[in-house]
Design a protein around this ligand. Structure first.
Ligand code: SF4
Ligand code: SF4
Length: 162
């Protein structure tokens, strides 16, 4: 129960941060360390999402997309509070996600609204670990998920020092 509450708190913070687009929302706080655990000694920005996260194959939106299931999409739509957050009505054709770096796939409404992704693309980075402003960046994602931010900063150190 306590664990569930913690997870819910984390989820709520993610919603506020505007990261309803990715599986980051569905993990527990330990997920914030995953970018470190998953990376080899020198992290490769090309293999990471723009913020440093790696999408989980367990993401409900991704699974619904791959299975092309209107039922699963509806469930994910409600769980991610897409009406409340993005004011989009449920339409199975608009509720999908292939991650935030798939060049040959359409970009979902939710991913498209991510300010970190937009900023990194604008600066020509594959990932924020390439950015010298990471430690002082004021994007809501970092402010709302300090544990995740710490993990990404550590990853940046490995990237720069390796
Ligand atoms: S950059 Fe944005 S859209 Fe991509 S994984 Fe991170 S929070 Fe999600
Ligand atoms: S300023 Fe740097 S760290 Fe912040 S979102 Fe943009 S690319 Fe990422």
């Amino acid at each position: 129960m306590k664990k569930d509450l913690k997870r819910r708190d984390f989820v709520n913070k993610c919603f506020k941060a505007g990261v309803t687009c990715c599986a980051l929302v569905y993990g527990n706080p330990a997920l914030a360390q995953d970018p470190i655990r998953q990376q080899p000694q020198k992290p490769d920005p090309k293999n990471l999402n723009y913020c440093g996260y790696k999408c989980s194959a367990e993401c409900p939106v991704y699974k619904a997309t791959i299975e092309n299931s209107p039922e699963l999409k509806k469930k994910a739509y409600e769980e991610f509070k897409m009406k409340e957050k993005y004011n989009i009505d449920f339409d199975p054709d608009r509720i999908f996600c292939y991650g935030c770096k798939q060049k040959d796939k359409p970009v979902s409404v939710t991913v498209n609204s991510c300010s970190v992704r937009r900023c990194a693309i604008g600066k020509g980075y594959d990932c924020c670990i390439e950015c010298n402003k990471l430690t002082v960046c004021d994007k809501e994602l970092w402010k709302s998920l300090p544990q995740f931010r710490e993990a990404v900063i550590k990853m940046q150190k490995s990237y720069k020092n390796a």
